[in-house]
Design a protein around this ligand. Structure first.
Ligand code: AHG
Ligand code: MN
Ligand code: MN
Ligand code: MN
Length: 332
């Protein structure tokens, strides 16, 4: 039984130029995950359910837990000296931490502090997503927008927390994907899934079919393909859609499958945000042997233009993603 902290230190040698900062940074995320997990586990008993009545920059009504998680992750990251600033789904602009507190703040973090907000009040699993880069601007100065607008292939680490039947933290630093499960009696994350890999093919597809009429033709063709009766290719596939990207992603990572949030007539860029949902999940899925694109272009090659930009998202087992990409090209 090895803990998250012990594992990161054991693997530290894989990070020649990080003299422990990344270890500290992941430790801050672990701490905030425990604090948020505690509130989620008693959501019905404390005033953490429901909306704040405030709209965020996304045009969504912020849930109390969105804000609670945002504050806790920001505070945990600011308390450590490794991070010079944070960008968040729940913050209009990036937040630059006081540069006088540490000349060694080499990293920036982008995060979705609470993913799957629509599930909070109905006791369905939610998550947190984080993405970590080396800053571009000089240490000792305030963070700048360019520190956050980096393409996904420059991430140094990414991961998520899934607050599900058990609470897990799954991360990659570019050396495989590793999952840790929290023992609630001790509040300790133990290694439970080392070197997670996604099957090359699968029979699960995750998409909000309520938007079917607004989908691009290539997606409609793929959904019909999934539903055709052809036992020799294990079709029809199974539809599973939880409404939390983290939960759908995690199940597909373990069992094989594809998650799709395409462009629609009403949302031409789709719904998911490139910097703190698609890029971290793309880093993870590629490290696990899968694929992530916008239907045409590798997610991690997309040059970001603004903090909250949205992109269509196709992510999961390589064969499934390549099948729908073929249909997107054919019918585009
Ligand atoms: P968030 O709660 O962080 O805003 O993200 C919600 C995302 C994603 O988690 C989920 O898969 C998707 O939105 C659900 O969107 P629809 O309700 O439109 O299907
Ligand atoms: Mn989200
Ligand atoms: Mn969110
Ligand atoms: Mn949201």
């Amino acid at each position: 039984m090895i803990t998250l902290g012990e594992y990161i230190i054991e693997k530290q040698h894989q990070f020649p130029d990080a003299t422990g900062e990344l270890t500290q940074l992941l430790g801050a995320i672990r701490l905030a995950a425990k604090v948020v997990n505690r509130e989620i586990n008693k959501a019905g008993l404390v005033d953490i359910i429901g909306a704040t009545g405030v709209e965020n920059v996304q045009g969504e009504v912020q849930q109390k837990l969105d804000l609670y998680a945002n504050e806790k992750f920001k505070a945990a990251l600011e308390a450590r000296g490794e991070v010079c600033g944070v960008a968040s789904e729940e913050e209009d602009e990036f937040v630059s931490f006081d540069s006088s507190r540490s000349i060694d703040s080499k990293y920036v973090v982008l995060m979705d502090p609470l993913d799957g907000s629509s599930n909070i009040d109905v006791n369905v699993s939610v998550g947190t997503i984080f993405s970590i880069y080396k800053r571009i601007s000089p240490c000792g100065t305030p963070a700048v927008l360019e520190d956050f607008l980096q393409p996904g292939y420059r991430q140094v680490a990414a991961g998520y927390v899934v607050y599900g039947s058990s609470t897990m933290l799954v991360y990659t630093t570019g050396h495989g994907v590793h999952g840790f499960t929290c023992d609630p009696s001790l509040g300790v994350f133990y290694l439970s899934h080392e070197n997670m890999t996604i099957p090359d093919d699968g029979v699960i597809y995750s998409i909000n079919e309520g938007n079917y009429l607004k989908f691009p033709t290539g997606v409609k063709k793929y959904l019909k393909y999934c539903q055709e009766i052809e036992p020799e290719t294990n079709r029809p596939y199974t539809s599973r859609y939880i409404g939390s990207l983290v939960s759908d992603f995690h199940r597909n990572l373990l069992k094989g499958g594809i998650y799709i949030y395409p462009s629609t007539a009403s949302a031409p860029e789709g719904k998911l945000r490139l910097l703190y949902e698609c890029n971290p999940m793309a880093f993870l899925i590629e490290q696990a042997g899968g694929k992530a694109s916008d239907g045409f272009t590798r997610i991690m090659d997309i040059e970001p233009e603004e903090l909250h930009q949205r992109v269509p998202f196709f992510c999961g087992s390589t064969h499934m993603v390549e099948t729908v990409e073929g249909m997107m090209r054919e019918y585009s």
